[in-house]
Ligand binder design. Structure first.
Ligand code: SF4
Ligand code: SF4
Length: 291
């Protein structure tokens, strides 16, 4: 089984469209993992059925028993995150601000505070319109630990792939270079980078390549909207050559790309030359990874 991760370093490059298009081409031979849990939107293109929902818990939250609380306000003084406040004659914890450090529990003289597991979001296992299973998630507003949620999405996808004897896991990775990206990359066999020819596109490509180098994973790059800045496109190509990153394809700016997205379609479902380009990339990748 091979894991293919689609990454961009920055948002808005067309990463999810490319990942969803590969999911369409792979069909039942792949399990899909949407690891962009902070801003998941692959479901808009693959139309999963949200078949199974599992609650995801991560970290802790201070909970106050108003019956036991004597309003001494020691917890309010000790909380360095200003998560505790005296409101309407009650001591309250703000779930958004509480970091789950547990100091307040330690200083409470009446044991009115307990640390409870915090529900951070949901994980879904769905069937998609492409005929594959998809693991995706939604992080609650203000919830942290998206790296852990990414790891959970990936491990569920792996279990499904093994159980169904699938050849591939296609992962839509998180943007940026932080902890969720590292979680998306762990165990991957190939990374498809999607970039665009702009100053920030090249800057972020360099940053994500530095991360990939540490993981020693083979990578290829698609330059999206290449014709919007031909000078930057050639700088990107030079950089790819230096870094020995495969240049997979150039996709020109085309209004059909964004129109397909607004219709909830991938670019391999519309009349355009992109199906052929992505099919070539997918077939090359399959033969490369099978050897
Ligand atoms: S657990 Fe830590 S962050 Fe949360 S309310 Fe208590 S002291 Fe503040
Ligand atoms: S330390 Fe305990 S008793 Fe004192 S205000 Fe906080 S919760 Fe209430």
């Amino acid at each position: 089984m091979n894991e293919i991760v689609v990454l961009s370093g920055k948002g808005g490059t067309g990463k999810t469209s490319i990942a969803a298009s590969l999911a369409m081409l792979a069909g039942h031979d792949a399990v899909i993992a949407d690891c962009d849990v902070d801003a998941a939107n692959m479901h808009l293109l693959l139309k999963p059925d949200f078949g199974t929902t599992v609650e995801f818990y991560s970290g802790e939250l201070a909970v106050i028993s108003q019956k036991q609380c004597i309003r001494c306000r020691k917890c309010e003084d000790i909380c360095r995150f200003d998560a505790i406040a005296y409101i309407g004659r009650q001591i309250e914890v703000s779930p958004i601000d509480c970091e789950g450090c547990g100091y307040c529990e330690m200083v409470c003289p009446t044991r009115a505070i307990t640390m409870e597991e915090r529900k951070s979001g949901n994980v879904y296992i769905s069937n998609t319109k492409a005929g594959n299973k998809m693991v995706h998630a939604r992080l609650n507003i203000g919830a942290e630990n998206s790296g852990k949620l990414v790891a959970r999405v990936k491990s569920d996808a792996k279990l499904l792939a093994v159980a169904g004897s699938k050849s591939f896991i296609i992962i839509d990775g998180a943007p940026g270079i932080g902890c969720p990206v590292a979680s998306s990359l762990a165990g991957a066999n190939y990374v498809i980078l999607v970039t665009e020819p702009s100053m920030s596109g090249l800057h972020d490509l360099k940053r994500i390549c530095a991360v990939i180098r540490k993981f020693r994973i083979k990578a290829g790059c698609i330059i999206n909207k290449w014709d919007l800045n031909e000078v930057k496109t050639s700088e990107i190509k030079q950089f790819l050559q230096q870094e020995q990153i495969e240049h997979l394809a150039d996709i020109p700016y085309d209004v059909r790309f964004s129109r397909a997205m607004t219709q909830g379609k991938t670019i391999v479902e519309i009349q355009s030359p992109y199906r052929k380009i992505l099919l070539r990339i997918w077939n090359n990748l399959k033969s490369q990874l099978s050897t």
